[in-house]
Write a protein that binds this ligand. Structure first.
Ligand SMILES: [Zn+2]
Length: 294
């Protein structure tokens, strides 16, 4: 019920409200501005034209999104969040930063792991088989990240959280909760979106190249495949996640996706949340939205 009420109020560009003082004085790029117009326009046309039978129209009441200019980090659009700076569980979106924290502790050497599916705690019943970091990011393998966080504690996240401007996990939390399983690491959608922009610009930093390769692989054929499928001229860096629902009208979970476009040098970041669906479905909606941007 809260969704329907806040959507109308927030579906206009609100960069005037949020960007002042935090954009470093740089104007947003033309690409980013036209992306914001295309997304606002596409959503505004929902229900008015026969071609607008898209998922994002039918899911509009369940849809929240953020659009950032990746150069200036200005927030260009924010729709249907009570407050995009208020921390909430973001599921597997945190895995990229979990991987960096592990890397810091282990000389950026990432093991290969055997995912046995349900038997080793993965969301994919038959598992992912032998899997390394890139594919584990691309396929959001919970078994891999259970292994990676086995000896990881909240304090180990401090350097990465500070570097990327992320809120910290609950004090004393450890293990899978540091990979976004459960609700012990709450981060604001805006902070995580900005952290992903930062990540995309740090490809020279140890560990980051592998993670970015995983995000590209996610778009090509992993959990984010619906994004690239919807794009005709470019590819995206994608991460999906499914988190406990925080809406007043409770659902089993909320699906999230972060997509940065174009993959080799992101100009924009779109973050989408869809109430009551898995992250892979959020990726389809993000793909439809970005298909209007190209
Ligand atoms: Zn797996």
């Amino acid at each position: 019920m809260a969704c329907a009420v806040t959507l109308a109020a927030l579906s206009v560009p609100i960069h005037e409200m949020f960007a002042a003082g935090d954009a470093g004085g740089s104007a947003s790029s033309l690409y980013a501005q036209s992306a914001a117009q295309a997304i606002t326009g596409a959503l505004g046309e929902c229900g008015t034209a026969p071609s607008n039978g898209d998922d994002f129209c039918s899911q509009r009441e369940n849809l929240s999104y953020l659009l950032l200019d990746a150069r200036s980090r200005t927030m260009l659009l924010a729709s249907n969040w009570p407050d995009p700076e208020s921390p909430i569980p973001l599921g597997s979106l945190v895995k990229s930063f979990t991987a960096l924290a592990y890397g810091e502790k282990h000389g950026f050497k990432y093991p290969v792991h055997l995912c046995r599916g349900t038997a080793s705690g993965c969301w994919r019943p038959r598992g992912h088989g032998r899997i390394g970091l890139e594919a584990a990011i691309a396929n959001s393998c919970n078994s891999y990240f259970r292994m990676l966080t086995h000896d990881l504690h909240a304090d180990d996240l401090q350097p990465i959280a500070t570097m990327f401007g992320l809120q910290m996990p609950d004090a004393g939390s450890s293990g899978p909760s540091l990979a976004g399983i459960g609700a012990h690491w709450l981060i604001s959608p805006l902070a995580l979106a900005r952290a992903y922009v930062e990540l995309s610009q740090r490809s020279d930093q140890p560990g980051v190249r592998e993670i970015l390769a995983g995000l590209a692989q996610s778009g090509r054929g992993g959990t984010g495949a619906e994004v690239d499928r919807a794009l005709r001229h470019s590819t995206a860096l994608v991460k999906t996640g499914t988190a406990p629902c925080t809406h007043a009208r409770r659902a089993p979970g909320d699906g999230f996706v972060i997509a940065m476009l174009p993959a080799n040098h992101p100009e924009i970041l779109l973050m989408v949340r869809v109430h009551g669906t898995p992250g892979s479905h959020a990726a389809r909606i993000a793909g439809e939205m970005l298909g209007r941007v190209e």
